[in-house]
Design a binder for this molecule. Structure first.
Ligand SMILES: N[C@@H](CCC(=O)N[C@@H](CS)C(=O)NCC(=O)O)C(=O)O
Length: 237
């Protein structure tokens, strides 16, 4: 980690997607500074984060006088600038590795995370509404989960297992490039939330894959940093 703010600064919210960027920065071994933000009691980001980026969400990085939000962009930017040789995938629309890498970058935020949020929201709403409304809230959210969220989560679980089976002989990273790529940095958090909130649909290869990430020396370094732990870190029960 660096101690000057002239280089990369990661605006890191506890227990959030900015963990993806912490992992990548430790893998890249580039100097950086962390600015830590604590969640408010309602779990939202504190208003200070809005001074860094109008959305007020994490992660955000600044580098060379520029500010970037969206973890997919941040990861692609950092790899492109500091780690193409280690973690990049050549842009070639005919290559399976490029297609798979790009797919999982978008799939993480565009497909799985919204379904996971849908499920988590149901649990939160049921807990937060007055007790006399709770049975109705449970019924309504249960019906939504049964009709829409669960079938989607089941398909996600199957798709992820199929991809991990496909890349097994190529080193086990999602794009089959023999090393982690943007896809893995994105999915590192997504799959740990999946294992916590949709464990019934997570297969054995998903668990092995998350353990493989956690075994990386850079990942272990992140977990030992102040603010580098995760309240939903996957541990085998
Ligand atoms: N698609 C964005 C999502 C950013 C996002 O929703 N971040 C969450 C943390 S996991 C956040 O800042 N939540 C606090 C809030 O919404 O106030 C990304 O991948 O960076």
């Amino acid at each position: 980690m660096g101690d000057s703010e002239s280089g990369i600064v990661l605006h890191h919210l506890e227990d959030s997607r900015s963990h993806r960027i912490l992992w990548l920065l430790e893998e890249l071994e580039v100097p950086y500074t962390i600015k830590e933000y604590k969640r408010l009691p309602n779990k939202q980001a504190p208003p200070e984060l809005r001074k860094v980026h109008p959305l007020g969400k994490a992660p955000v990085i600044t580098d060379g006088g520029r500010t970037f939000a969206e973890s997919g962009l941040i990861i692609e930017y950092l790899i492109g600038r500091y780690g193409e040789d280690k973690f990049g995938v050549k842009r070639d629309v005919n290559s399976e590795a490029w297609i798979d890498n790009t797919f999982f970058i978008h799939y993480s935020e565009g497909s799985v995370q919204p379904n996971l949020l849908q499920r988590a929201l149901g649990t939160v709403v049921v807990k937060e509404v007055p007790f006399f409304v709770r049975p109705f809230a449970r019924l309504i959210f249960g019906k939504i989960d049964e009709a829409a969220t669960s079938p989607d989560l089941e398909r996600h679980g199957q798709l992820i297992e199929a991809q991990l089976t496909k890349v097994e002989s190529k080193g086990g990273w999602l794009a089959g490039a023999g090393h982690p790529t943007s896809a893995d940095f994105m999915m590192s958090i997504t799959l740990q939330i999946f294992l916590k909130d949709a464990p019934e649909y997570a297969g054995p290869k998903t668990k092995e894959y998350v353990k493989r990430i956690q075994e990386r020396p850079a990942y272990k370094k992140v977990l030992a940093l102040p603010g580098g732990s995760l309240d939903f870190l996957y541990t085998e029960s």
